[in-house]
Design a protein around this ligand. Structure first.
Ligand SMILES: C[S@@+](CC[C@H](N)C(=O)[O-])C[C@H]1O[C@@H](n2cnc3c(N)ncnc32)[C@H](O)[C@@H]1O
Length: 358
């Protein structure tokens, strides 16, 4: 639906390739978002640079902070995807949704091509992802993401009525000791994963795990809370809860599918902007973009012929090689932003890696 544009016409993101922290202020844009704080909002808008008549995908709609800011920048169309039914309920009240400037689509961003096909869109000019759970999801004890307040041990972003996947309690109560330890280690980088897994399988014989505090208390028994180098303490259950949440929602698989879909969906000159919150996510984004922005290897004196696949132009170019961190100002205004990292890429006119003829 969008015609290919000259790469020279692409609005460039405002940060330089050497920037690691941004000086821009999110608070001005966030001030328009009814008290909701969207992480690195002005950097996202700078990276996406919305223009009139363009189409955008916000793959993690949440409270709609990114979608609304995009829609306010230009006469453009935004499709907001979220897997959480409650996000769609609250979206109905937003003026940009009521006016039709933003349309919401229910499902996972890993399936964004199929979701957009349903509304006859096969190319877009920008895609953004703000990975992980929202503050609303974290703050609602009944969703089971919080180790601070008691709730059912659920953690499904699709909601407690999801028929797509089992709740966290199912994993904790039925998986073998080694499987649990592997999940905690792989997705939470929890060094005491084996000890925690052993205690879980012992304790669950007496009383199966049903609530978040039941699990958080068991972990607190095993790991002593120590202050970090910066003097702050993190709750001993932080890494295990992160691991279970990532596993329950197949978050890393979703990210891999979302990146592939973004390559297919973005029109030449299209912008991709992804905010991640931990190293597992950021590594996937970094490796994908590095691989897909490799350029054309040249034949050498010793090997003058290059395989046709290697001659292919790279589907992405990177305006900044390093991830961008939030400004000090944002970190002090919203401490939850502290671990955020933004990576940006621009779609070239090269064919997609998958599905391209060799
Ligand atoms: C961090 S919040 C996004 C906040 C949003 N940027 C804002 O400014 O309001 C993440 C949201 O993405 C949703 N989400 C996470 N993974 C998803 C996926 N694979 N597909 C669709 N939605 C997802 C979550 O349900 C949550 O509502």
């Amino acid at each position: 639906m969008t015609s290919p544009r000259s790469l020279f016409a692409i609005p460039r993101p405002v940060f330089s390739s050497h920037d690691q922290t941004s000086e821009s202020s999110d608070s001005n844009l966030n001030a328009q978002q009814d008290g909701h704080y969207s992480v690195m909002l002005s950097e996202i808008i700078a990276a996406l640079a919305p223009q009139d008549n363009e189409t955008f995908v916000d793959g993690t709609f949440g409270a709609g902070g990114y979608s609304r800011a995009i829609a306010q920048q230009a006469d453009c169309k935004v499709f907001g995807i979220d897997r959480d039914p409650t996000a769609h309920e609250s979206a109905k009240k937003l003026p940009e949704v009521i006016s039709g400037k933003i349309s919401t689509l229910s499902g996972c961003f890993g399936d964004m091509q199929a979701l957009l096909k349903q509304v006859d869109i096969d190319k877009v000019n920008g895609i953004t992802l703000d990975l992980g759970v929202s503050s609303m999801q974290l703050d609602q004890a009944e969703r089971g993401f919080s180790f601070q307040e008691d709730g059912p041990l659920d953690m499904r972003m699709d909601g407690p009525n999801s028929d797509q996947r089992p709740p966290a309690s199912h994993i904790v109560n039925t998986y073998g000791e080694k499987e649990i330890a592997d999940i905690l280690y792989k997705y939470g980088e929890e060094k005491k994963s084996r000890l925690i897994a052993r205690a879980i399988v012992t304790d669950r014989v007496e009383k199966p795990f049903e609530t978040t505090l039941q699990l958080a208390e068991l972990i607190r028994r095993i790991i002593r809370q120590k202050p970090r180098k910066d003097g702050k303490t993190i709750h001993p259950a932080t890494r295990s809860f992160q691991a279970l949440r990532i596993f329950v929602n197949d978050e890393l698989g979703e990210l891999e599918r979302g990146l592939e879909a973004a390559e297919q969906l973005l029109a030449p000159g299209g912008r991709l902007a992804i905010v991640s919150f931990h190293s597992l996510e950021d590594r996937i984004v970094k490796n994908f973009l590095r691989e897909r922005s490799g350029g054309t290897p040249q034949g050498s004196r010793h090997s003058p012929t290059v395989e046709p696949a290697a001659l292919r132009k790279a589907p992405f170019s990177l305006p900044a090689k390093k991830a961008i961190a939030p400004s000090e100002k944002e970190c002090s205004e919203n401490p939850r932003s502290r671990s955020a990292r933004l990576r940006v890429a621009i779609r070239t006119d090269a064919p997609c890696t998958k599905g391209a003829a060799t």
